[in-house]
Structure formats: C-alpha cells, structure tokens
Write a protein that binds this ligand. Structure first.
Ligand SMILES: Nc1ncnc2c1ncn2[C@@H]1O[C@H](COP(=O)(O)OP(=O)(O)OP(=O)(O)O)[C@@H](O)[C@H]1O
Ligand SMILES: C[C@H](N)[C@@H](CCCCCC(=O)O)NC(=O)O
Length: 63
C-alpha cells in the first residue's frame, strides 16, 4: 500500500481539492483508492459540503 499525505501551511489553501483530484486521477488509472481524514473541525461530517463528504463523493464510496 502506498500513500500520500496532503498538508499545507494554512486553512483554505486547497488541500481538500488537491486530495480529491489526486484520488480521482489514481482511481481513473484503475487503482484501488481510499481516503482518510482523521479529524474534521467546524462542520458536521454529514454536511454534504464538508471535506469528508467531498472526498467520499469524489470516490463514490459509501463510508
Ligand atoms: N487551485 C484552486 N483554484 C481556485 N480555487 C481553489 C483552488 N484550490 C482550492 N480552491 C478553492 O479554495 C477553497 C478552499 O479549498 P480547500 O477546501 O481545498 O482548502 P483546504 O486547504 O482543504 O481548507 P481547510 O484547511 O479549511 O479544510 C475552496 O472553495 C476551493 O474551491
Ligand atoms: C471545515 C474546514 N474545511 C476546516 C476548517 C478549519 C478551520 C481552522 C480554524 C483555525 O485556524 O483554528 N476544517 C477541517 O479541515 O477539519
């Protein structure tokens, strides 16, 4: 298993967008891709606009 750790120097700099794109490209190449965001602050994970919802929706996974 290989992984990428996406980080940045501030909030709102594009970490989530980059992670979504990276995951989508790898999936498109036929790889089995998972995403892991261990902590989420400031918004419910159930909110459709949350980072975790965007990452999940991007990969079309259930959980
Ligand atoms: N390359 C880009 N060009 C234009 N807009 C961008 C780009 N990358 C991200 N954005 C926009 O910037 C905003 C913040 O991006 P994103 O949510 O990916 O940041 P983040 O680093 O994950 O933030 P946070 O730390 O708050 O979770 C979003 O509205 C996103 O659409
Ligand atoms: C909901 C957003 N995407 C993001 C908001 C982070 C705000 C940090 C504020 C601070 O600097 O204390 N939350 C998160 O990445 O878990």
């Amino acid at each position: 298993m290989k992984g990428f750790f996406v980080t940045g120097t501030d909030t709102g700099v594009g970490k989530t967008i980059i992670a979504c794109g990276l995951a989508a490209v790898l999936k498109e190449k036929g790889m089995n891709v998972g995403v892991f965001k261990p902590f989420l602050s400031g918004i419910s994970r159930d909110d459709p606009t949350s980072d975790t919802s965007l990452l999940k929706g991007n990969l079309k996974v259930e959980n």
